[in-house]
Design a protein around this ligand. Sequence first.
Ligand SMILES: NC(=O)C1=CN([C@@H]2O[C@H](COP(=O)(O)OP(=O)(O)OC[C@H]3O[C@@H](n4cnc5c(N)ncnc54)[C@H](O)[C@@H]3O)[C@@H](O)[C@H]2O)[C@H](O)CC1
Ligand SMILES: [K+]
Length: 218
Amino acid sequence: MGRMKTLDGQRMRDVISAEQMRALEGDAIASGRMSGKLLMEGAGLAVTQAILAKWPEFSGGEGSVVILAGPGNNGGDGYVIARLLRERGLSVEVFSMGDPKRLPPDALANFQQLGDVSRPLTEAPHALGRADLVIDALFGIGLTRGLSDDVRDVFGTMGPSARKVAVDVPSGWDADGAVVLGKAAFPADLVVTFHAPKPAHAEIARQGADVIVADIGL
Ligand SMILES: NC(=O)C1=CN([C@@H]2O[C@H](COP(=O)(O)OP(=O)(O)OC[C@H]3O[C@@H](n4cnc5c(N)ncnc54)[C@H](O)[C@@H]3O)[C@@H](O)[C@H]2O)[C@H](O)CC1
Ligand SMILES: [K+]
């Protein structure tokens, strides 16, 4: 049984839907209080902090990390996390699903800031087999259908000792429906979501993952 708790011990907000989350983000941006880029930076920092809190052994810059980045803003969070973990001395390899040049603006900016060449997901298995930490930034609240078999097969190449972290929602889960669409989902040990839990998070915790709810300033 995994635990669901807030990153900084604050009171847990009530469950909200993906739609409500998008509305909160939209309002914060429309009001000028926040920007998409700031929200993405905050999301990436929260995941980084939650990783180092759960596995302090990564704080010393030891360890190999693989990040799987998707075609949207969940992928954007992944590029922020890649930069933040590299700044902490970890060796981070990033594999992208889709063409990064077609990323939404905030995610594209973070991909470009990394300065990496884009490496497709199909090249990930070799690195995944020896990774100490794998981060699923493929899909979050924007998942609309089940994962393809080749994505499921990539998940199967992770080594037994890899710590597995999902950004916002483990890819494959419908955040609102609290079910896995299709046949596969990323087998997360730790899930870091933002602002408030979504309907899927209680079931994800019940199935064994630790779920951290992090404030991102909304
Ligand atoms: N909303 C907020 O307050 C914040 C959101 N952040 C992060 O952004 C994602 C949501 O990003 P979005 O671009 O809307 O969707 P995803 O990245 O989850 O999905 C990308 C894209 O993928 C396509 N797609 C959906 N299902 C599939 C599939 N099975 N196979 C292939 N492609 C698929 C679809 O077109 C989607 O648009 C959220 O989870 C957060 O991580 C901010 O960074 C923080 C604030
Ligand atoms: K994810």
